[in-house]
Design a protein around this ligand. Sequence first.
Ligand SMILES: Cc1cc2nc3c(=O)[nH]c(=O)nc-3n(C[C@H](O)[C@H](O)[C@H](O)COP(=O)(O)OP(=O)(O)OC[C@H]3O[C@@H](n4cnc5c(N)ncnc54)[C@H](O)[C@@H]3O)c2cc1C
Length: 435
Amino acid sequence: MPEKFDVIVVGAGLSGLSAAYTMVNKGLNVIVIERGDYPGAKNVMGGVLYRQPTSEVFPEFWKEAPVERPVIEQDMWLLSDASAVKAGHRSEAWAREPYNAFTVLRGKFDAWLGQKVADAGALIVPGTTVVDLLRDGRGRVIGVRTNRPDGDLLANIVILADGAVSLLSEKIELHTRWKPNQLALAVKEILAPPGKSDERAKIIEERFGLAPGEGLTIEMYGALTKGMVGTAFLYTNKDTLSFGVGALLSDYAEFKQNPHALLQIAKQHPALAPLFAGCEVREYAAHLIPEGGYDAIPPLFADGVMVVGDAAQLCNGLHREGSNLAVTSGKLAGETAIEAHNKGDFFGKTLSAYAAKLNDTFVIKDLRKYRRASQHMEKNRQFFTSYPAMLNNMATEFFTVDSVPKREKQWKIFKMAGNKLKIAADLWGLFKVVK
Ligand SMILES: Cc1cc2nc3c(=O)[nH]c(=O)nc-3n(C[C@H](O)[C@H](O)[C@H](O)COP(=O)(O)OP(=O)(O)OC[C@H]3O[C@@H](n4cnc5c(N)ncnc54)[C@H](O)[C@@H]3O)c2cc1C
């Protein structure tokens, strides 16, 4: 007879570990099954981890966790092929408690989190893949089948926290296979400046204008994604840099772009190349990001099962938020499992409380607010192509001192904008999908 648990969590990422921690702290018998050799082995993020939502589950985590740097500056660059228009915000308040966000490396961070969840009493089983879900005659999920010999396990509830590809919820027909425009593919390198760890940290601080220990993030739009709907990002870690570029999966095919080549070309951009001078590649990763938005969210529960985090398409790409949606959904699914356990009822009606709770949070409210944003961007590629280029041309003209009288210069810049009615209509359209 297979072993039985109160809850089986599939996936030791942020959502699965948050659910597990919530449940073991209330005495439930929880097993977390992870296909990677350790929690974090397979996980990729830019990555910025937000302090407030994460500390709702793991209070004051930053005091012990391997975070890289508190983020004190967040910048946005609009790039043409050879120049950049830059904007951003810096706040020294973010350098102190309670902090706003931290850069993290998921390989280290999730391993720490996994140990914390194990110390609290969950059984974490790495190196094991769940290949199917077990169901009773009425279709209720009653356990999982793993790739180990005699690898069936039973549970009152299974929480699917298996990430963006989400094969298990597809297997039980909570959704059909994601369409290529419902996922983005990002490739990322960890780059190390020359020298020992403290020398590398100093180089990073000098290159990015940071005080010791402080960090920044740069999000980039425009030329680097070659017309595709996507972004590039650059984040400072303790003694390395995380640099990546991502775009809709459908666009790679349509624009015949190779993600690896895209990343290598991006590193050569004149606004970026000096920041990477002398750096060597320490790690290379590729990962999918859910981009389907509100309309792609599958049913979040069924008899005996709940779906959390990326597996449920809970990702807000516009704001670079996924970790916080994962942690919050994991926590709420965990709380719902505790209630179901206390009632002794594991059917969908009881588990529907999870979806109801999530509806009341920023997770669903934000995704609903931006429900048309992704499709809008796909149809309005000028925001990734001609507009960043135009702004760069205007900025170059504005800042070039060439004895042209200012009135003439302003008129020239005004004319560079081309069709003003079209721009006004595009801005109005953008406003309508993000308002
Ligand atoms: C390049 C990139 C940059 C990002 N940047 C940011 C950022 O800066 N800030 C932010 O907030 N979010 C960011 N995100 C999004 C964020 O990483 C995700 O939203 C978050 O990791 C989701 O957590 P999760 O636990 O749901 O899924 P994951 O972290 O993907 O965890 C899923 C886990 O399930 C395991 N698994 C999968 N299938 C099985 C199976 N069958 N059996 C056993 N185990 C299985 C996987 O190995 C993995 O450990 C980024 C994502 C990417 C790819």
